[in-house]
Design a protein around this ligand. Structure first.
Ligand SMILES: C[S@@+](CC[C@H](N)C(=O)[O-])C[C@H]1O[C@@H](n2cnc3c(N)ncnc32)[C@H](O)[C@@H]1O
Length: 249
């Protein structure tokens, strides 16, 4: 393969100079002109593809995986879309936004929820997103920058159990989906989430009823000074029943 496109430009210049010399060009030279153009275009496309940087390659991989054999079926299912719709609608209708509000989400995953929170807070407040997984943090931060998110998250690549997380810094903390199960310690995870919240602030907790019965949350809260302000169970899809609650610190 030719490393730069000087060769093609030179070929084109030769033919163009022949045409402009008004001597006319032969049929085979006309073919050569068209062939040269096609080769040049192919070359440019290849160079473009080859020059994709490592971050963009990872981003392409991320987009492909969302529709790939492992995640595509769930991501396009009514159960998944219903959960996303209900959760987004819940935060919008249940919590008030005020100027300089600080929100934190624990567990980024695909980052769709964090994207939504950023849009919701746009022009009023900031979002911090915490995740233990370095590659998840990196791709999320890069994707938001590449997609030009208007209110990108401040990403903290940390475990929720780390002791150097900002204490009593947030008005709202959200903990959504399987994040609590993935941490491996229900009580310790909630303790840490509450430690991030200012006095009078809220935790928005959403979890699958299959792995987290509501009673588990109620028992935890009964041993604290916190207060469950609202709790709604969603059982539209019996394969994925879940609940969302708003808890005041
Ligand atoms: C399946 S995702 C769910 C993300 C998102 N809340 C949602 O429902 O779309 C769970 C995330 O929690 C993160 N996670 C697991 N253990 C964690 C910990 N100890 N501290 C912070 N994040 C953790 C994982 O890396 C993963 O990105």
């Amino acid at each position: 393969m030719i490393e730069d496109d000087t060769f093609y430009i030179w070929g084109e210049e030769c033919i163009v100079s022949k045409i402009s010399s008004e001597k006319g060009i032969k049929l085979e030279e006309q073919f050569l002109f068209v062939f040269n153009r096609i080769e040049q275009t192919k070359h440019n496309l290849m160079m473009g593809a080859l020059s994709m940087n490592k971050e963009d390659e990872k981003l392409l991989q991320y987009y492909l995986e969302l529709k790939g054999p492992n995640a595509g079926e769930w991501n396009s299912s009514p159960q998944c879309l219903h959960t996303q719709l209900v959760t987004r609608d819940y935060v919008k209708k249940t919590f008030d936004i005020f100027d300089e509000i600080q929100v934190c989400n624990v567990g980024i995953g695909t980052g769709d929820w964090d994207d939504y929170l950023g849009y919701w807070l746009k022009g009023r407040g900031g979002l911090t997103s915490i995740d233990i997984d370095e590659s998840i943090c990196e791709i999320f931060e890069y994707r938001q920058q590449r997609e030009q998110h208007p209110n990108p998250s401040k990403v903290l690549c940390r475990s929720i159990f780390d002791s150097d997380l900002p204490q009593e810094a947030f008005d709202i903390v959200t903990l959504i989906g399987s994040a609590i199960n993935e941490t491996g310690d229900f009580k310790k995870c909630l303790d840490s989430c509450f430690s991030l919240i200012k006095h009078g602030g809220y935790l928005m907790f959403m979890a699958s009823l299959k792995y987290t019965p509501v009673e588990m949350l109620e028992e935890y809260i009964s041993n604290t000074k916190y207060h469950i302000v609202q709790k709604t169970v969603y059982e539209v899809f019996l394969e994925y029943p879940f609940f969302i609650s708003k808890i005041r610190k």
